[in-house]
Design a protein around this ligand. Structure first.
Ligand code: GTP
Length: 193
């Protein structure tokens, strides 16, 4: 396994949150903001953490915040901005809307590191999760090229990278992303601690 000191955690916390209606990172669940669940899951595995967002309110968490290089271009731009700023070869990239995420799930990505793969992503219930994934810094140029070609579809960009999926056979709830108030109600009913 790669040493903890070689991995940067990058949290994407930009975008419009149009389905939720308010910035998803600050939605409260069990007294914490959604983004804190991503931070807490990452912290044991990394030494550096970057939050990619134009919203200054994220400064309250005490981590380095960087603003999107290219605006309104979605997660492809967020990943590009984060990878470009990272100083490490390996980067754990997470969205800010996965409040049930666990460190053990992220650790499986690190355990999956091999020399020939650029992106290692979780696959849960048959669905790949490019925002619960480990990216090599060398992917930066792939994301820049995509943005220069107006390609905003993350899965399309990943088709041009060497990817590998880590299949979860349990813990599927850990990867659930919560985009709407209805989905928030569902997890409040099922997972309130
Ligand atoms: N830095 C950055 N992060 C983004 C951007 N767009 C989306 N994200 C993040 O990517 C993750 C997935 O976002 P989505 O749910 O696809 O998009 P969204 O704009 O947040 O929400 P919707 O408007 O409801 O689609 C979340 O963690 C977002 O904060 C962006 O342009 N820049």
């Amino acid at each position: 396994m790669t040493d903890k000191k070689h991995i940067t955690g990058i949290i994407l916390a930009g975008g419009k949150s149009s389905r939720m209606g308010t910035d998803k990172g600050f939605v409260k669940f069990n007294n914490l903001n959604f983004v804190e669940y991503s931070l807490n899951a990452l912290r044991p595995l990394v030494t550096d953490i970057l939050i990619v967002s134009d919203n200054k309110d994220y400064d309250a968490f005490g981590y380095k915040r960087i603003e999107d290089d290219i605006k309104d271009a979605g997660p492809v731009a967020g990943i590009y901005t984060g990878l470009k700023a990272s100083k490490t070869e390996y980067n754990l990239i997470l969205s800010c809307d996965i409040p049930l995420i666990k460190t053990e799930v992220l650790k499986r990505l690190i355990d999956g590191i091999d020399a020939s793969t650029d992106v290692i992503q979780i696959e849960s219930n048959g669905k790949t999760m490019p925002l619960i994934a480990l990216y090599k810094k060398q992917c930066t140029h792939v994301f820049l090229e995509a943005l220069q070609n107006d390609e905003r579809r993350l899965r399309r960009v990943l088709n041009t990278c060497k990817t590998k999926n880590i299949i979860l056979n349990s813990d599927h709830s850990a990867t659930m992303n919560v985009n709407t108030k209805e989905e928030l109600k569902t997890i409040e009913n099922e997972y309130n601690g």
